[in-house]
Design a protein around this ligand. Structure first.
Ligand code: XUL
Length: 499
C-alpha cells in the first residue's frame, strides 16, 4: 500500500478597503485556490461606496460587521473553490492600515463562545460600539495638532513614533472619538486595528496589535517598541493602555484556530494563527525586497515601501517597525491610487482598461507638454485638498484637453509624483522588476508559512520570488521625464495645501 503524504498548505487573507480576498498556497508557495468578496457588490445592504461611507468634514468610516459578514462569505467561497481546510497548517492576514475597531464589553465574551451552527455576523451583531474610522478619514486635524503639541512638536512626535501626526493614524482618531463621542470611548472595552480585529475572528479572542501595523498609530515608540505614555495620555485617558493591549512582534504565532472553524470548516484543531498586520507591511514581507530595492504597491492607495536598517525620522512619510527581516520599513502613502485612476478611466473611456490603453497609445511619452494632477480625494503626499489641475506645455492652465491627453496626463502625473516624493525622502527609483497582482495577500500566506516553519522547525520548499524586469526605460526617459519632474514641483506650488 502506498502512503499518501498530503502537502501542507497555508492560508492568507487581505481585508482591504474595497474587498476581502483569500488565498491558499502550498509548500512551494504556489497558489492553489483564491476567493474574494467585493463589499459594494456582494454586500449591498451595508451601502458602501468603494468599501466605505463618507460623512461630513472628511469623515470616512466602514461598519465592522461588513467585514465579519464578508468573512462568512469568503469562507463559503473557499469551500466552493475546493479548499481542503484540514491541510492548512497556519493562516495569517493583512488589512488596510490605521482603521480602528471598537469592541463592546461583551464582544470578547461572544468571540470566545461562537457556535459553529450559525454565521459569525449573526453572533457578533452587537460586538461593536461604533463604525470604524478608516485610513481615508481626514477629519482629525485638530487632534493631530494637539497630539504634536503634547509631546513638544511635530518633529518630536516623528522622532518617537516614526511619523508626524497624520489624520488617518489611529491615535488622533482615538482622540477624536474620546472628544466627540465620550460615551462610545467609555463603552469600548478594547480597540483593535483592522488587522488585529480580523485576526481575533480566527483566534476566538481579541488578538494583540502587531508592532509593524501598530507603528501606524502615532502612539508607539518605534525604538523601545512599546506604547509611549505621553502619546497615550494625549489621545485618551488612563484606560487606553488596557483598551489597546500589549503590542507583539509581527512574526508571532498567537495560538490555534478557534473551535468554530474546526467544527464548521474542518480545520485541524492545531492550525496556527500568525499575527495579522497592515497591508503595506504584509506586502513588504511578501515581496521580500533585497536591500536597496523599493516596492511600489498599486491599490486604493498607492504606496512606496522599503526595508530600513535604522529608524531615521522622515521629513514626510513614515518609519514603521519592520514586519520581517529588516528592523524598520519606510512607507509613503498616496491617497489617490486605483480609485482615482478608475474614476477617470470611466469618465474618459468608459469601464474598460482596453479602451483606456487605446487612448494612451494615441499619445507620446511626455504628452506634448500636457500635464495633470488629479486628487479625487484629499491627498496625503503632499497634503492637498481634492481637485484637478491641468496645464499645457507653456504652463498655462487648460480645462479639458482631448481625452487621450488627459489619460496620459493622469498616469504620467501619478508616476512623477511617486518619483518626486520618493526622491525627497532620499530614495532613487531606477526601474521596475517583477510584480505580483496582490503582494499583501500573498505576503500574508507566505508569512503564515514562514512563521510556522520557524516555530516547528519544518523547512519548506518555498522559493525566492523569481525576479526579472518587466519593463526597461526608453533611452530618452531621463531627457523627457527629468524636466517634467521640475514642472510637477512647480505645479504643486499653486495647489491649495491642507494645514
Ligand atoms: C498606508 C495607508 C493605506 C492603507 C490602505 O499608510 O493608509 O495604504 O493601508 O489599504
Amino acid at each position: 500500500m502506498t502512503e499518501v503524504t498530503r502537502k501542507k498548505t497555508f492560508l492568507g487573507f487581505d481585508f482591504s478597503t474595497q474587498r476581502l480576498k483569500a488565498l491558499v498556497i502550498d509548500e512551494d508557495y504556489g497558489i492553489l485556490q483564491e476567493a474574494d468578496v467585493e463589499f459594494d457588490v456582494d454586500l449591498p445592504e451595508f451601502r458602501t461606496a468603494g468599501g466605505v461611507r463618507r460623512g461630513e468634514r472628511g469623515e470616512v468610516t466602514a461598519p465592522p460587521l461588513l467585514w465579519v459578514k464578508a468573512l462568512d462569505m469568503v469562507m463559503d467561497r473557499l469551500v466552493v473553490a475546493g479548499v481542503d481546510f484540514s491541510a492548512v497548517e497556519a493562516l495569517s492576514g493583512a488589512a488596510q492600515q490605521h482603521g480602528s475597531v471598537w469592541w463592546s464589553k461583551d464582544g470578547e465574551a461572544r468571540l470566545s463562545k461562537l457556535s459553529s451552527e450559525e454565521f459569525l455576523h449573526t453572533q457578533l451583531a452587537t460586538a461593536f460600539v461604533a463604525d470604524s474610522p478608516v485610513w481615508m478619514d481626514s477629519s482629525t486635524t485638530v487632534d493631530c495638532r494637539a497630539l504634536e503639541e503634547a509631546v513638544g512638536g511635530s518633529e518630536a512626535l516623528a522622532k518617537i513614533t516614526g511619523s508626524t501626526a497624520y489624520e488617518r493614524f489611529t491615535g488622533p482618531q482615538i482622540r477624536k472619538m474620546s472628544r466627540t463621542k465620550p460615551r462610545v470611548y467609555q463603552a469600548a472595552s478594547r480597540i483593535s486595528l483592522v488587522s488585529s480585529f480580523a485576526c481575533s475572528l480566527f483566534l476566538g479572542r481579541i488578538a494583540d496589535i502587531d508592532l509593524s501595523d501598530g507603528s501606524g498609530m502615532n502612539l508607539l515608540d518605534v525604538h523601545s517598541k512599546s506604547w509611549n505614555e505621553d502619546c497615550l495620555k494625549a489621545c485618551g485617558d488612563e484606560t487606553l493602555t488596557e483598551k489597546l493591549g500589549t503590542p507583539i512582534p509581527t512574526a508571532s504565532v498567537l495560538g490555534p484556530i478557534a473551535p468554530y472553524f474546526v467544527e464548521r470548516y474542518g480545520f485541524k484543531p492545531d492550525c496556527q494563527v500568525v499575527a495579522f498586520t497592515g497591508d503595506n507591511n504584509s506586502a513588504l514581507a511578501g515581496l521580500r525586497l533585497r536591500p536597496g530595492w523599493v516596492g511600489l504597491s498599486l491599490g486604493t492607495s498607492d504606496t512606496l515601501l522599503l526595508g530600513l536598517e535604522q529608524a531615521q525620522a522622515p521629513p514626510a512619510g513614515h518609519v514603521l517597525v519592520g514586519p520581517a527581516e529588516a528592523p524598520y520599513m519606510a512607507l509613503l502613502c498616496f491617497a489617490n491610487g486605483s480609485l482615482t485612476r478608475q474614476n477617470h478611466r470611466d469618465r474618459l473611456a468608459g469601464p474598460s482598461w482596453d479602451a483606456f490603453n487605446d487612448l494612451l497609445r494615441a499619445t507620446v511619452r511626455g504628452n506634448m507638454g500636457y500635464m495633470g494632477i488629479y486628487y479625487d480625494t484629499a491627498e496625503i503626499v503632499p497634503r492637498c485638498a481634492p481637485g484637478r489641475w491641468l496645464v499645457e506645455s507653456s504652463g498655462r492652465a487648460v480645462s479639458a484637453p482631448a481625452p487621450q491627453f488627459e489619460a496620459r496626463a493622469l498616469l504620467e502625473g501619478q508616476a512623477l509624483a511617486r518619483r518626486a516624493h520618493a526622491e525627497d525622502m532620499g530614495f532613487h527609483l531606477v526601474y521596475v522588476q517583477e510584480q505580483h497582482a496582490n503582494a499583501a495577500l500573498l505576503g500574508a500566506a507566505i508569512r503564515a508559512a514562514e512563521v510556522w516553519s520557524a516555530k516547528t522547525g519544518v523547512s519548506l520548499t518555498g522559493s525566492e520570488p523569481t525576479v526579472a524586469p518587466v519593463a526597461t526605460p526608453y533611452p530618452d526617459a531621463e531627457k523627457i521625464y527629468t524636466p517634467m519632474l521640475d514642472r510637477y514641483r512647480k505645479m504643486l506650488e499653486d495647489i491649495p495645501k491642507l494645514q
